[in-house]
Design a protein around this ligand. Structure first.
Ligand code: A2P
Length: 269
């Protein structure tokens, strides 16, 4: 049974293996996008770039969906960036949360978009579309990212200009951050749109194929000797960007077998 409330009933039984955390802030960016922050359980350890399963205490069997933690592993709260899917089993309700509400979170973090799954290299590319920027929001505020790579480039492609705001705020905040600000000065954000006018337009896959992204950034085309990649977006975007990186000679890695690129395998609907 599903009910359209997000406020937890006082007698809601917290399932085992699940944290019940309080919402500390909510910010809506567009009618399709919002971010929220929750308290962090003292016992939770995760690596920057990993995801958690998130649900709401609004049904006997809560619906859980994978959400990348958008805050770095050292942060005292947890941040998430979400799409609002009309009629979506979780996001339809999640988009209505307010400060003080309860969010459920399974205890185990997982994910492939972690520094450990990549071999060291000169330049790290983080390719994202839409809310796929969330794990990179975490990684660009982690000092380890800058210890392992000389250059970090985040690409973010969205349908509309307003959807780029979250990433632009994040990169500005990273450069101003007391912990990583100094080492993150060379961090680059390459934003493009596909359905609205903007100085940079087009899907990242097309911009790699034409070479425009490399010209725009003043870097050589991707090569397995120097470049590493992380990919996060829709299923189709993952498939096509993976094919593009393989075309440049990169090979997919994993936690147990680090290599030259990794792909996220978690989705929200
Ligand atoms: P497009 O507008 O051409 O579909 P979505 O909100 O559907 O996940 O899309 C987010 C962004 O990802 C959009 O700019 C979209 O471009 C782009 N995109 C969608 N599919 C792909 C793909 N297969 N490869 C690269 N970019 C994609």
């Amino acid at each position: 049974m599903s009910v359209d409330v997000v406020h937890m009933k006082p007698d809601f039984p917290i399932p085992t293996g699940v944290f019940a955390e309080k919402v500390t802030s909510v910010q809506h960016y567009t009618d399709r996008l919002f971010k929220f922050r929750i308290t962090r359980p003292a016992s939770l350890r995760f690596r920057s770039g990993e995801f958690m399963m998130i649900g709401l205490p609004n049904a006997e069997k809560p619906v859980y969906r994978a959400y990348s933690v958008a805050s770095p592993s050292w942060d005292e709260e947890l941040e998430f960036y979400s799409i609002k899917v009309p009629g979506g089993p979780l996001t339809e309700h999640l988009q209505k949360i307010e400060v003080g509400d309860t969010v459920l979170m399974r205890k185990k973090p997982t994910g492939t978009l972690v520094n450990d799954a990549l071999l060291p290299g000169k330049r790290l590319w983080m390719f994202s579309t839409g809310t796929g920027i969330a794990p990179f929001a975490s990684l660009i505020r982690d000092p380890e990212t800058y210890e392992k790579f000389d250059e970090v480039i985040v690409t973010h492609t969205c349908r509309e200009v307003a959807e780029l705001t979250y990433g632009q705020e994040l990169v500005a905040a990273a450069k101003d951050d007391p912990l990583v600000g100094e080492i993150a000065q060379g961090l680059k954000l390459y934003c493009t749109t596909t359905r609205e006018d903007y100085p940079f337009k087009g899907r990242i896959t097309d911009l790699m194929a034409s070479g425009k992204v490399f010209d725009d950034l003043g870097v050589p085309p991707i090569s397995p000797e120097t470049d590493r990649g992380m990919i996060c977006g829709s299923m189709e975007m993952l498939r096509d960007t993976k094919a593009a990186l393989e075309g440049f000679g990169l090979t997919e890695g994993s936690n147990s077998r680090p290599d030259t690129f990794v792909v996220e395998r978690a989705f929200v609907d």
